[in-house]
Design a protein around this ligand. Structure first.
Ligand code: PMV
Length: 298
């Protein structure tokens, strides 16, 4: 079985596209896939009842991405890959990267190819480029490797160590968004107003640096405060929606140590940091339909 996990960006989304560090966690929820020899190449995606053929120039990004994935394997037989997706698409949890990692992992297994999880992440980058145009590489890296890590574009993941697990509660706003469009919007803002946007990135980088220390020290109160400082900066880049803000406020009122949107924004998911496991379960009720608990050990 191939597997690609979803991810939550604790701090640093968007700035990471432009070379700043970000901190992310891999979650247990993700995509599983199985590949088998077949008459012709086909990708099946169970929750959406989709059957996709590889297509180098088609309209459907999944067809183009599947073509990219298959072209990594020379002299291979025809393959049918069936994937089971447990993540909402366009929601900031790295769904497309998780599908790419799971598909490649499944094909490797079917063809008896041994590849490290780091090399698997690298191999999935071209898949991600089909969807996101200019991905930082954080989604495919976290999807393949997991854990809690600092990521900087073009550099290996730096795993963080802590003796205290992070109790996260992920809430879904019900609004989906396009990462490609949100990344393009920030790039336009950077071009038109470099002073303002670089200031925002600097602010985010300071939060990331301090959050790394807070995680390593197991100081989740400090981490929560740093998370709460991020939405203002993200709103200044026009990434937060009022629904995501409201969900963050509701989580804080219900005892979260901190909360913020995660991923591309403009909809999608937010998360809250809970002090303990039982409080995470209570926060899940507050965050409503589609919310789930993710416990992550660094
Ligand atoms: O929305 P997602 O899960 O695709 O996350 C995107 C994260 C960004 O920083 C906005 C883009 C990137 O490639 O790093």
């Amino acid at each position: 079985m191939g597997f690609g996990r979803g991810k939550v960006i604790l701090l640093g989304e968007h700035a990471v596209v432009h070379g700043c560090p970000a901190i992310a966690v891999g979650i247990e929820r993700g995509v599983t896939a199985k590949a088998s020899l077949a008459e012709r190449d086909l990708l099946r995606l169970a929750p959406w009842s989709l059957s996709i053929e590889p297509d180098s120039r088609g309209e459907e990004p999944l067809g183009r991405a599947f073509y990219e994935a298959l072209s990594l394997y020379r002299g291979r037989p025809a393959l049918e890959v069936s994937a089971e997706v447990e993540l909402p698409a366009g929601a900031g949890l790295g769904c497309s990267a998780a599908i790419g990692v799971a598909v490649l992992d499944a094909i490797d297994e079917a063809l008896g190819i041994e590849r490290s999880r780091t090399d698997l992440a690298e191999a999935a980058l071209n898949w991600e480029k089909v969807f996101h145009g200019n991905p930082s590489g954080i989604d495919n890296s976290m999807s393949a490797v997991g854990g809690v890590a600092v990521y900087r574009r073009g550099e290996p993941l730096v795993p963080l160590r802590s003796n205290k697990p992070l109790h996260l509660v992920v809430g879904y706003s019900g609004e989906s968004s396009s990462t490609k469009e949100m990344v393009a919007s920030v790039a336009r803002q950077l071009e038109n107003d470099p002073l303002r946007v670089n200031k925002a990135f600097e602010g985010i980088e300071v939060l990331v640096r301090n959050a790394k220390l807070a995680i390593e020290a197991g100081d989740h109160i400090a981490l929560g405060q740093l998370l709460d400082l991020n939405p203002t900066i993200l709103s200044s880049l026009m990434l937060c929606t009022s629904k995501l803000e409201e969900m963050g406020q509701a989580a804080r009122r219900a005892g979260a140590l901190g909360a913020k949107m995660t991923g591309a924004g403009g909809g999608g998911c937010m998360f809250a940091l809970a002090p303990k496991r039982d409080e995470a379960l209570r926060l899940r009720e507050v965050l409503g339909q589609g919310a789930f608990v993710a416990e992550v050990s660094a």
